[in-house]
Design a protein around this ligand. Structure first.
Ligand SMILES: C[S@@+](CC[C@H](N)C(=O)[O-])C[C@H]1O[C@@H](n2cnc3c(N)ncnc32)[C@H](O)[C@@H]1O
Length: 219
């Protein structure tokens, strides 16, 4: 997601320190203290304007949620959008680059990672920027709990196929896979993102759930 640069983006973050985690590295391994209750931690990487993470936090008060976004202007837009509504106490946002997340989260700190409509970076020379490339998967492995899952949704067939191969190359497991989410039984509990609403009119939405280690009694 690219938005026009907002010169006030950092000010907007600072003014909303009840919602935004401002110096996340200083809280490494202590992020649960940002929340009223210590409960499972779910994060979305590349949350854009944050509709998905916001709706999750409202629907599932038994979990804590952190939405992570690399671009300050995009995060500022998310803050301004959320401020018009009631902000659930189990939701926080963070301006951060996913490749650095080991500086913020301890090993085993995160229960689930959501990747929604990640930028496809179609040129081969940009493949390393894809959020399902090896370098990013290594980071996720180092912050996820032992059987923690990654849920990935996209409308981009090329990125989906690349991601399946990346999962295979990294010896991960596919827990579930769906080639047309909106016409599957999984759609019932699906929470739509901004991109999903915009692009699902053009074709199917692909989804897979992946993990680094499978529980023995689970297939
Ligand atoms: C195509 S948008 C999708 C936004 C939202 N998830 C949705 O589905 O509507 C991808 C988002 O990922 C963010 N992003 C890309 N690379 C990132 C990174 N390395 N760390 C954190 N966010 C990143 C982009 O800034 C952009 O907002």
């Amino acid at each position: 997601m690219r938005l026009r640069n907002n010169p006030k983006a950092y000010d907007i973050m600072a003014e909303n320190s009840d919602l935004v985690i401002l110096e996340p590295e200083s809280l490494k391994g202590q992020l649960h203290k940002q929340f009223e209750k210590e409960q499972p931690l779910f994060i979305e990487i590349g949350m854009g304007k944050g509709d998905f993470i916001y709706e999750n936090a409202k629907r599932y008060p038994e979990n804590n949620y952190i939405g992570i976004e690399k671009y300050p202007s995009v995060l500022a837009a998310a803050i301004n959008k959320m401020k018009k509504k009631d902000i659930p106490s189990n939701l926080r946002l963070m301006h951060y680059d996913a490749i650095e997340l080991e500086k913020v989260f301890d090993k085993n700190e995160v229960d689930k990672i959501y990747l929604n409509f990640s930028d496809p970076w179609p040129k081969t020379r940009h493949a390393k920027r894809r959020l399902t490339s090896k370098a990013f998967l290594d980071v996720y492995q180092n912050i996820l709990k032992q059987y923690g899952k990654i849920e990935f949704k996209t409308d981009n067939r090329g990125l989906f196929e690349y991601s399946i191969m990346s999962v295979n190359d990294n010896k991960m497991f596919i827990d579930d896979i769906c080639l047309d989410l909106h016409h599957s039984d999984q759609n019932e509990n699906n929470i739509m993102t901004e991109y999903e609403r915009k692009f699902s009119v053009n074709g199917p939405i692909y989804k897979m759930v992946i993990c680094f280690e499978k529980e023995k009694n689970n297939g």
